[in-house]
Design a protein around this ligand. Structure first.
Ligand SMILES: Nc1nc2c(ncn2[C@@H]2O[C@H](COP(=O)(O)OP(=O)(O)OP(=O)(O)O)[C@@H](O)[C@H]2O)c(=O)[nH]1
Ligand SMILES: [Mg+2]
Length: 328
């Protein structure tokens, strides 16, 4: 099958839902000629996408915290408002079927024929808990066609930082009474999320205790965005309480980012971190040394902000490979 990247890009840019599956298949395809077409497609999409476009939201938290159940509740809150929703569920290992199960659950409730909901499960291929480039591609494609794009990832330390580079708003879902909040704080990750949810509010006082733990933890730390105080909300994905307030908090954070154009800054920083992360993952620190090291790479990325992240990763990767070949 031949796919012309320009034609496919135009269909996505005009929000043609039928083009989504074709685009995702293209970016998943490992054959070299298809990879080249996929890169061209993603490059066009990243450069021509309306700004700021869809809201990109990451949902992270320990296994079993209720992330998928919350997404299910969110879909039922957002669809009656006429909003379309795409969900990327990142499976930490290909054996797991969490994403597929989530898909079945939501499809079951909201009707399999609802074209306003799209769910895709993706393997975290590159390494355990990490996000693959396919996730980056998926978000770029889905953000053109749907109003909100959610990424569900299991929090295992590094994955919070990875997902924060792909989203505008990061949500941490705490499981009350399990100690995961304490672990999260110890790992120094409290500064990343923009919204905290303590789910399973129906479990009673233990959930309120977790709220206080988080609030006191948050009062100690400094945040990179001093103008935003992350709310700590109680939700029950099971009975739906707090879900409406959660959506309000998501909207408030989006408005906050659009004030003073913080969103451009955030996306710019995220894109640079994404490029560095991808190169590090692929070539290691020895590879980065071929480009003069991290500091030099950072300043190069800051100087010339024009190419898409995808193009940069490809070009800098080729440069590293060339340098490695020469030093052989
Ligand atoms: N009591 C109660 N149980 C909940 C709530 N939300 C989710 N659960 C239950 O918690 C379990 C895990 O829920 P999931 O939504 O699959 O959790 P998850 O965070 O997506 O889990 P992974 O994808 O495995 O990381 C399920 O049995 C849910 O029914 C809640 O608000 N209250
Ligand atoms: Mg899940």
């Amino acid at each position: 099958m031949t796919t012309d990247p320009r034609t496919l890009a135009d269909r996505l840019l005009s929000r043609d839902r039928d083009a989504v599956a074709e685009a995702l298949n293209l970016t998943d395809d490992q054959r070299p000629e298809r990879q080249a077409a996929a890169l061209k497609l993603l490059d066009i999409l990243e450069r021509e996408a309306p700004f700021p476009g869809a809201a990109r939201i990451g949902i992270t938290g320990a296994p079993g915290a209720g992330k998928s159940t919350l997404l299910d509740a969110l879909v039922r809150e957002l669809r009656p408002r006429g909003e379309t929703v795409a969900i990327v569920a990142v499976d930490p290992s290909s054996q797991r079927t969490g994403g597929a199960l989530l898909g079945d659950r939501i499809r079951l409730r909201s009707g399999s024929s609802d074209p306003g909901v799209f769910i895709r499960s993706m393997a975290a291929r590159d390494r355990l808990g990490g996000l693959s480039d396919a996730t980056h591609a998926g978000v770029t494609i889905l953000a053109l066609v749907f109003d909100r794009v959610f990424i569900e990832t299991v929090g295992v330390g590094q994955s919070e930082a990875d997902v924060s580079r792909l989203v505008d708003t990061l949500v941490f879902v705490a499981n009350p009474g399990t100690g995961d909040v304490l672990q999260f704080m110890k790992a120094g990750l409290l500064e990343l999320p923009d919204i905290f949810l303590v789910n399973k509010a129906d479990a009673g006082p233990i959930a309120e205790r977790t709220v206080s733990e988080l609030e006191s933890g948050l009062s100690l730390g400094e945040r990179s965005d001093a103008a935003w105080t992350p709310p700590v909300l109680l939700t029950s994905a099971r009975d739906g309480s707090g879900v409406h307030q959660f959506v309000e908090a998501l909207d408030a954070h989006r408005r906050h980012l659009q004030n003073d154009d913080r969103i451009s800054q955030r996306r710019g920083e995220a894109a640079r971190a994404l490029v560095i992360g991808a190169l590090q993952r692929r070539y290691g620190s020895f590879g980065l040394q071929q480009l003069g090291g991290l500091a030099s790479l950072r300043s190069r990325l800051a100087e010339d902000p024009t190419p898409s992240a995808f193009t940069r990763i490809a070009r800098l990767g080729a440069e590293i490979e060339e340098a490695l070949r020469k030093s052989d």
